[in-house]
Design a protein around this ligand. Structure first.
Ligand code: HEC
Length: 156
């Protein structure tokens, strides 16, 4: 009997030990921005003017268009690469993005992306945001629509 109680106590200690090491380890290795990207994510972005907001993407979501969009997303665009803020994976955890007060959109979060129409995405890329995203005035409309197609399939 006494042997049995002893082993129960030992078992409890083991559990406490495992939990506290896991916690400490998680604390030490976690990035300053938190454990993961937020989802659903609050949106501070202003709504696009009606004529943009209701625009549908005129391009088909073909593999070629999506690939072109992916290239643009990763390229060195002027003034700044999308990945700088939105991250390689599009989760909003880019190097610069982590430091911004308003967090860049997490494109992998389908709950949030579902609420953003194509025209709103197009307009944001074309005109930027007051929260720190630059306007991409050098991109052709077709390129912006290709980017939009690429972002869309990140949340699928
Ligand atoms: C300097 C950092 C930065 C860069 C570079 C950047 N963004 Fe953003 N982006 C943001 C911030 C900040 C927001 C706004 C989040 C908010 O207002 O809630 C945002 C929002 C967005 C949104 C969401 C719009 C909405 O209505 O919710 C889209 C789409 C987007 N960016 C696409 C892009 C694309 C594509 C590129 C590259 C061509 C890019 N961004 C480059 C910081 C950046």
């Amino acid at each position: 009997m006494s042997h049995c109680r002893k082993s129960v106590r030992f078992h409890k200690l083991k559990i406490i030990y495992i939990f506290s090491t896991a916690f400490l380890f998680g604390f030490l290795v976690s990035p300053p921005g938190g454990f993961s990207a937020e989802c659903p994510q609050p949106r501070k972005t202003a709504a696009a003017p009606q004529e943009f907001y209701n625009k549908a993407n005129p391009l088909p979501d073909s593999p070629q268009n999506i690939e072109s969009g992916q290239k643009l997303y990763r390229e060195k665009l002027k003034p700044l690469s999308c990945t700088f803020c939105h991250g390689e994976k599009g989760d909003g955890q880019g190097k610069l993005g982590k430091g911004l007060r308003v967090k860049p959109r997490n494109f992998t979060c389908s709950q949030t992306m579902k609420s953003i129409p194509d025209g709103q995405i197009f307009w944001t890329i074309k005109s930027g945001t007051s929260s720190g995203m630059p306007a991409y005035k050098n991109l052709a409309d077709e390129q912006i629509w290709q980017l939009t197609l690429y972002l869309r399939q990140l949340a699928k």
